[in-house]
Write a protein that binds this ligand. Sequence first.
Ligand SMILES: [Ca+2]
Ligand SMILES: [Zn+2]
Length: 159
Amino acid sequence: METFWPTTMKIGSTLHELGHMAQYNRNTFTGYLTTSNLLLESWASYVGWYVGEAYYTSLGWVKPPETDYSNITNQSRQFWMSTNDNYSPMFVDLIDGYNQRARGTTYPNDNISVTNNSVHSQILYVADHILGLSGALDYLQSNVDCNKTDLSTYLSSYR
Ligand SMILES: [Ca+2]
Ligand SMILES: [Zn+2]
């Protein structure tokens, strides 16, 4: 049986791939290849989610309340568990206002929601610099401006 994706998910997937293109352009080819797949896929998912929702908002889409979590682009990765694949919500969760822990303890405990623009530049910094996974997590722990205990709890899902 064939599976059909709504257009919104195709747009999300396309923006995800453009996110990979941006990673490639920002780094060197070797740098791109040596970055952990978890960082690459999580960052590209963040691009698909963030740019996709901005795009649909510009067309008149009204984002539902976060408690009614929307995944219009299929890029928010809120079903990810640490035993899963590389498509994690590591960067989405720094900004979204939805704690998927409400669905069960297998999901990251995301009590973080940073709304100022600085977190976007922190995310871009991770994309711009070749950081191993632990380096990226340490960088986020030090630089994302939010409750540090909540941040530590959240990032522990990736350590
Ligand atoms: Ca979340
Ligand atoms: Zn990808």
